[in-house]
Design a protein around this ligand. Structure first.
Ligand code: NAD
Ligand code: ZN
Length: 257
């Protein structure tokens, strides 16, 4: 155990020797993140304790048919989420990941989040598997509208007349191919693969954990509770990402000294 950590709150499972050894040898690391990393920024997760989907049925809103049936309602939901996201800031977990860029040869963020907080925290190499709420596009001609949309006359429309929708991946839709391929490549080439704040039940995204493991990467989970993929991880840290990730940065720094 690193002496620098002696005054820190104990992590269940500790920052074990095997983990620290592997980390000190690692050159390429990947952070695969989900809604849990943004929970401490005040953005509700979907599942798990306090998840919004305990109250709302996701399939009713986050799919293309729902949008065609009632674009107004779907947009109200996204505008509500947008407001929460705009009022939030990256937390110590996002910032720790960004700081890792100075400590390893290659740091890749693969996120399922649409909140843009990794970018705002300073991470550079980011794959967004489920889109980004800051972007919108026309369902007819795919023209992008990334500026503030005007809802004064109802759901905004493209100059071609098509409805404008948020650039997020809905249930039943394919993931953006370039983002998924880039993520897969980073996963299989990684020395260490962190799974942070994701329930790991949404596929194909969650399949990246298995791909990384098969390719020989060391899999580390950071979550407040066990998940579907806990049993395949080499190391698990149970606690808030905003506390554990800065501890890991601290451990790497004191190791490099
Ligand atoms: P999820 O809601 O299914 O699971 C969240 C996970 O985070 C749970 O396992 C929970 O135990 C864990 N968690 C909660 N607080 C945590 C904390 N402080 N530290 C560490 N872990 C914590 O999230 P998911 O797996 O990302 O679900 C997939 C879908 O949810 C994605 O499609 C994503 O687009 C969407 N989503 C995104 C946002 C966002 O952009 N911030 C918010 C909600 C949902
Ligand atoms: Zn159009």
């Amino acid at each position: 155990m690193n002496s620098d950590l002696s005054n820190s709150p104990p992590l269940r499972g500790g920052l074990g020797e095997a983990f620290l050894d592997k980390l000190s040898e690692s050159k390429k690391i990947v952070f695969f993140t989900g809604a849990g990393i943004s929970a401490e920024s005040g953005i509700p997760t979907f599942r798990g304790k306090d998840g919004i989907w305990n109250k709302l049925r996701p399939e009713e809103l986050a799919n293309f048919n729902a949008f065609m049936r009632n674009p107004q309602m779907v947009w109200e939901w996204y505008n509500h989420r947008k407001k929460i996201i705009h009022e939030s800031k990256p937390n110590t977990g996002h910032l720790a990941i960004s700081e890792m860029q100075d400590l390893f040869d290659e740091v890749t963020v693969v996120t399922q989040n649409i909140d843009n907080l990794h970018r705002r925290a300073g991470s550079k190499n980011i794959f967004e598997l489920h889109g980004n709420i800051e972007r919108n596009f026309c369902i007819n001609c795919r023209t992008f509208y990334n500026e503030e949309l005007d809802f004064a006359n109802g759901v905004p429309k493209c100059k071609c007349g098509g409805l404008i929708r948020p650039d997020v991946v809905w249930f039943g839709e394919y993931l953006p191919e370039d983002q998924f391929e880039g993520s897969e490549k980073a996963a299989v080439l990684s020395d260490m693969f962190f799974v942070v704040g994701t329930s790991a039940v949404v596929y194909p995204a969650a399949g990246l954990v298995h791909a990384a493991k098969r390719a020989g990467s060391f899999i580390v989970e950071v979550n407040i509770e066990p998940t579907e993929i806990s049993s395949i991880c080499h190391e698990s840290f149970w606690g808030e990402a905003g506390k554990i990730l800065p501890e890991i940065v601290k451990a790497v720094k004191s190791n490099n000294r």
